[in-house]
Design a protein around this ligand. Structure first.
Ligand code: HEC
Ligand code: HEC
Length: 191
């Protein structure tokens, strides 16, 4: 009997914890899921194409693309210097050595009026832009999930060819975090 009050207090504290935490916990989970998403979107293998400028970037340090390559009117390169002049539909075999153009189907940049910028943005801004249907060809959250799960340019980030570093988070873990974030309604971090 003497132990009852303290047991009750413990039980009360435990219950209060259970009831108080879910909202906060969900917010924390979504924030950590978005942190994973941000880490992938802002990896060089992704952000080198998701840029505000008019030329793609190259290498981990994001140097402007050699040969004065330009985005062009539709994202597929300047007239006369299309991305497909050099970039094929798949990576070349290792026997070609380093510094050959990587490849994936339909290798190109987003068009100039919908640049889909990921580089150099804070979490809130990146999240808002990712979901902006004016910018992302009308993709809702489900369509964004489908894109990161199956798009060939996205998948290339895990198989970039030659000596390029792949995205360091497993694709399955990225998709799982993205799905949890979508299931939570795609909340954007406050800052
Ligand atoms: C070769 C350039 C290129 C690379 C590399 C690339 N993307 Fe993209 N990305 C595009 C293009 C182009 C689009 C526009 C959709 C289309 O036309 O296919 C796009 C669209 C997207 C979208 C939807 C746009 C939005 O704003 O909501 C997401 C998400 C995305 N890419 C994620 C990634 C991720 C993640 C990676 C790396 C693992 C990646 N991309 C690598 C070119 C690229
Ligand atoms: C004249 C040939 C040529 C053209 C045209 C060209 N590229 Fe490239 N690109 C290359 C080569 C070669 C590399 C590899 C450089 C290296 O690894 O040293 C490369 C690398 C890249 C990379 C770097 C990948 C990474 O993460 O480091 C991106 C992104 C890219 N190109 C996008 C494009 C886009 C988009 C276009 C069209 C707008 C385009 N390129 C047009 C030759 C070309």
């Amino acid at each position: 009997m003497t132990r009852a009050p303290s047991f009750q207090i413990q039980a009360f504290v435990a219950l209060a914890f259970l009831f108080a935490v879910p909202g906060t916990q969900a917010a924390t989970d979504s924030a950590s899921d978005f942190a994973v998403i941000q880490k992938v979107l802002q990896h060089p293998r992704c952000q080198n194409c998701h840029i505000p400028g008019d030329a793609p970037l190259q290498f981990d340090e994001g140097r402007p693309h050699a040969q004065s390559v330009q985005r062009g009117p539709d994202g597929k390169g300047a007239p006369g210097l299309a991305c497909s002049t050099c970039h094929g539909t798949k990576n070349l075999p290792a026997s070609y050595g380093d510094h050959v153009p990587p490849g994936a189907p339909n290798w190109h940049l987003p068009p100039p009026d919908k640049k889909m910028v990921f580089i150099n943005l804070g979490a809130h801004e990146l999240c808002t832009r990712l979901k902006d249907t004016q910018q992302n060809n009308g993709k809702d959250l489900a369509a964004l999930l489908e894109h990161v799960d199956h798009d060939q340019l996205v998948l290339w980030g895990w198989n970039p060819g030659q000596d390029r570093a792949p995205v360091p988070i497993a694709h399955a873990d990225f998709v799982a975090a993205f799905k949890r974030w979508v299931d939570a309604g795609g909340p954007c971090p406050a800052s």
